[in-house]
Design a protein around this ligand. Structure first.
Ligand code: GLU
Length: 265
């Protein structure tokens, strides 16, 4: 096993970011099957002595589903309203599943200020540390309802990397709708190959990351590469795996060579 995979395997405090494409169906309805299995996995990892920090997307998608819409509205205030509606819907479901496995969760909503303002950063660190000490799982999202351009991170890939840095995490794992980084487009190029390890992000890697995300999410591979860079600055390995297959989180933490791991050489 490579040193990076070894580091992942022995990671104790792990930020797990799950994207909208994993948490919902395309039209905004939540994928309860995946959510339940994911939370069960996180609860089990917690029982095994890991500290999981769950960064969740999906608030806007949940709001869309709740309001009977099928796509994101055009205006920012409407999206902010849907995030506020959907965040509650998500937490209600998460709370229920964590509760079923005998665990407690705590919601934290942050903005870019939380990472850039020294005072806010310290407050975040203190409350997060207390939450973890209590044996509770932090569940983090951006505070979309109050985020205007200046204080918005905008995508939860970058947000999860900032959280990993602020919480002294040992690893960051991003669950998404693709197995990892490919050297071509696997949908159109049958020779496209999954890259298992990326010790350095160069222009070649950035080119492979290409464009935007899905209809309801915001990220795509581009923001994941940005996140990997932020994580590498803090010497935190970052893994991208598919959130579609149940059990991938556990597999990755057992040292199976799935997904793409980014790390600092
Ligand atoms: N904060 C957004 C939400 O919960 C997600 C941003 C993203 O898709 O990265 O809907």
């Amino acid at each position: 096993m490579s040193a990076a995979r070894q580091k992942l395997k022995s990671a104790r405090r792990i930020v797990v970011k799950v994207g909208t494409s994993t948490l919902s169906y395309g039209e905004g309805k939540l994928n309860l099957y995946r959510i339940e299995h994911l939370i069960r996995e996180m609860a089990d990892l917690h029982n095994a002595g890991k500290e999981i920090i769950f960064v969740t997307s999906g608030a806007i998608a949940a709001g869309i589903g709740k309001m009977g819409l099928t796509k994101k509205p055009d205006t920012i205030p409407e999206n902010q309203a849907l995030a506020a509606i959907g965040q509650g819907v998500l937490m209600h479901i998460y709370e229920k599943f964590f509760g079923e496995y005998g665990q407690t969760m705590a919601q934290l909503l942050i903005t870019k200020n939380t990472a850039t303002d020294e005072h806010a950063r310290e407050n975040f660190h203190n409350s997060l540390t207390s939450i973890l000490k209590m044996g509770v799982t932090p569940v983090i999202n951006e505070n979309d309802a109050v985020s205007t351009d200046e204080i918005k991170i905008g995508d939860n890939d970058n947000l999860s990397a900032l959280v990993a840095g602020m919480s002294d995490a040992d690893a960051l794992i991003i669950l998404t709708d693709i197995d990892g980084l490919y050297n071509g487009n696997p949908k159109t190029d049958k020779n496209a190959r999954l890259i298992s390890e990326v010790p350095k992000i160069n222009s070649e890697i950035e080119r492979m990351a290409g464009g935007a995300g899905t209809k309801l999410g915001t990220g795509g591979m581009f923001t994941k590469i940005q996140a990997a860079k932020l994580a590498a600055e803090k010497n935190i390995p970052m893994l991208i795996i598919s959130g579609k297959e149940i059990g991938n989180l556990r597999r990755a933490l057992n040292g199976e060579e799935i997904g793409t791991i980014f790390y600092k050489e």
